[in-house]
Design a protein around this ligand. Structure first.
Ligand SMILES: Nc1nc2c(ncn2[C@@H]2O[C@H](COP(=O)(O)OP(=O)(O)OP(=O)(O)O)[C@@H](O)[C@H]2O)c(=O)[nH]1
Ligand SMILES: [Mg+2]
Length: 450
């Protein structure tokens, strides 16, 4: 059961040493609780005004000198009375202030409980609540922009605009149901179908942004594969600009899977170096190759390294056939020795020398191109959250059915049922009709104190 009666408290800044730490309380007893342990009468404090004073323990010893600000209900983040305490930013001192607050009667908050209260008290909708956590955990400027747009309500507004159109359509159908003599003629029905198709289009466009949205939020994995000795580990080191993987002229140097995070063009990538693919009787190498192929299959992008100074081997040709062309970049390496003489059937081909760091900029440009399928992330709204994607797709499928049925002269009763189901799914995105279980699972991913 979600309990909003208790007054909650949490350390809202990260645990560590810093200039200040923030401890806060939310709930109807916040001001009274802090009053028990503060050197001044907090009941007389003005709203949104900072006061300097001391937190005292039960024996009236000073715990810390702090700045205290009160945000009175309903003009606070949670819509409840909030007390925010800025104390000295040490681990122990912050913990001591927090303990005194708990001793005075506050309950330690669960993850995201402040934001959950803001949602339950209708300060923000669910997409905005989710955006707060995304904002905090954003790993690149695109993710930050997406979260910030969502927090400003851009996504909710888009969903609400879909809802408005669907409500209008449902209303027209219901009027025709109630007054059959004023039923729709062929032209009106056609215009209604066109309307539904247009809105379906817009909904599908938003749903399709998830692919890029996910990439932006979660980052992208890149697996470097190819035959032995082609320069995979050299490429890994060149991209990382450090001597991470062992490079030798002995075929089969890399046996294990090596993973490193790297930021390129403001995007986070996980770079994976793998064992070279060849036929071998060595059981260690066999295991390495098995792992290499597993990593390649699960990665978002494959960098297939080929040796420009040699003829493609039988192993190369077999391996290449099984790669997904859309997510592969074929890389001719060692162009400092000679240019490639053969042709490979890939859309994305680049020539480099990993050893001499030649051609890497072209590779990065190609990576950016293949990372983002569309260019939606510039200014438009897009979805990054699986929960939103699922609900939106369900709304789309109900509306598709309704549109098809309207074309087939299905009785309006059935069509309105589907339109209402579609509306319901859209409402779920914003946070209507959400069960406590789902709410708890959403907020359990938040940090404590947010
Ligand atoms: N001339 C030249 N040699 C290179 C280049 N890149 C790599 N090499 C050499 O090729 C050999 C193999 O390089 P690695 O990076 O270990 O190749 P690998 O594909 O990781 O090899 P395995 O781990 O054995 O599969 C080393 O001697 C490198 O110095 C390049 O751009 N030009
Ligand atoms: Mg290697």
């Amino acid at each position: 059961m979600i309990n909003q009666k208790e007054t909650i408290a949490a350390i809202s800044s990260p645990i560590g040493e810093g200039a200040i730490s923030i401890v806060r309380l939310s709930g109807k007893d916040s001001i009274a609780i802090i009053n028990k342990i503060y050197s001044k009468d907090t009941l007389k404090f003005k709203d949104r005004t900072a006061y300097i004073g001391k937190i005292l323990d039960s024996k009236k010893n000073v715990v810390d000198e702090v700045i205290l600000t009160i945000f009175k209900s309903p003009n606070s983040f949670t819509a409840e009375d909030i007390v925010e305490i800025a104390c000295h930013g040490g681990i122990l001192i912050t913990q001591r202030v927090f303990e005194e607050i708990l001793n005075a009667g506050a309950k330690p908050s669960g993850p995201g409980e402040f934001t959950m209260r803001a949602f339950l008290n209708k300060k923000i909708d669910l997409t905005q609540a989710e955006a707060i956590q995304d904002l905090i955990s954003a790993k690149n400027k695109f993710a930050l922009k997406a979260a910030s747009n969502q927090l400003q309500g851009c996504l909710s507004n888009e969903i609400k605009s879909f809802q408005k159109v669907l409500i209008d359509i449902a209303a027209i159908l219901e009027v025709s149901l109630d007054f059959p003599e004023e039923g729709l003629d062929a032209i009106e029905t056609k215009s209604l179908i066109d309307n539904m198709k247009n809105i379906l289009n817009s909904m599908q466009k938003l749903s399709d942004t998830f692919e890029d949205g996910k990439v932006i939020k979660d980052g992208v994995s890149i697996c470097i594969v190819g035959s032995v000795n082609v320069g995979k580990s050299s490429l890994m080191n060149a991209i990382l600009k450090k001597d991470r993987a062992i490079v030798t002229d002995i075929s089969g140097t890399t046996r294990d899977v090596l993973k490193e995070d790297i930021k390129l063009n403001d995007m986070f990538y996980e770079l994976i170096d793998t064992a070279g693919i060849r036929k071998t009787s060595c059981s260690i190498e066999k295991e390495g190759i098995k792992r290499s192929q597993k990593e390649q299959k699960s990665s978002d992008i494959t960098l297939l390294v080929l040796d420009a100074s040699k003829k493609l081997s039988e192993d190369d040709l077999v391996f290449m056939k099984n790669l997904d062309r859309k997510k592969t970049i074929a890389i001719w390496n060692k162009i400092d020795i000679c240019q490639p003489t053969e042709k490979v059937n890939f859309e994305n081909v680049v020539k480099i020398s990993a050893k001499n760091r030649i051609g890497l900029e072209n590779l990065y440009k190609m990576l950016e191109k293949i990372t983002f399928k569309s260019k939606i992330f510039k200014d438009e709204i897009f979805i990054t959250n699986k929960r939103h994607k699922i609900a939106l797709d369900e709304a789309i499928s109900y509306l598709k059915k309704a549109t098809e049925d309207l074309k087939k002269d299905t009785p309006f009763e059935f069509i309105t049922i589907d339109i209402k189901s579609s509306l319901k799914k859209l409402s779920k995105i914003i946070g209507f009709d959400i069960t406590e279980d789902i709410l708890s699972s959403i907020f359990s991913n938040f940090c404590i104190g947010k």
